[in-house]
Write a protein that binds this ligand. Structure first.
Ligand SMILES: [Zn+2]
Length: 144
């Protein structure tokens, strides 16, 4: 660590950050949205102003989603194949559609949980002090 950086003791709740991430909300305040599209992370929280630019989720969320969906579909394959023995094409179509839908549903919350975990652990640039949560009165004064 260079001499210009200040070390801040982090007392961030990892569990709360992961819960907020599951709802795709800011890990600091739990109210602002993490994404401005499907998976594009905002530059900052619109409620508390937390800077999201230090996040480095990269391919991590995709690996987790592939791991979970692959296991679910992999364990379902023999059961469904046995029940639909006469129609292997339908088995392939059904499991493909389930895989794609599950992956698309899981990716945003898993990515937001990655961002929340990085923030809670002070990884990358999240090690600096967080902005204080914005009160409801301040928010309404700026236009709710
Ligand atoms: Zn926030």
């Amino acid at each position: 660590m260079s001499g210009t950086e200040t070390e801040v003791t982090l007392s961030r709740d990892v569990r709360a950050a992961l819960k907020h991430g599951l709802r795709c909300k800011c890990p600091n305040c739990g109210e602002g949205a993490v994404f401005k599209g499907y998976l594009k992370v905002r530059s900052a929280c619109s409620v508390c102003g937390l800077d999201f630019t230090p996040q480095r989720a990269d391919d991590g969320p995709a690996y987790i989603v592939i791991l979970v969906v692959g296991h679910l579909v992999g364990f379902a394959l023999p059961v469904i194949s046995e029940r639909m023995r006469d129609d292997p094409l339908m088995v392939a179509i059904l499991l493909s559609v389930v895989s794609v839908l599950l992956s698309l549903l899981m990716l945003p919350p898993v990515k937001a949980m990655f961002v929340g975990f990085q923030w809670a652990k002070g990884m990358h640039g999240f090690g600096q002090a967080s902005p204080a949560p914005v009160s409801q009165e301040t928010r309404c004064a700026e236009g709710c």
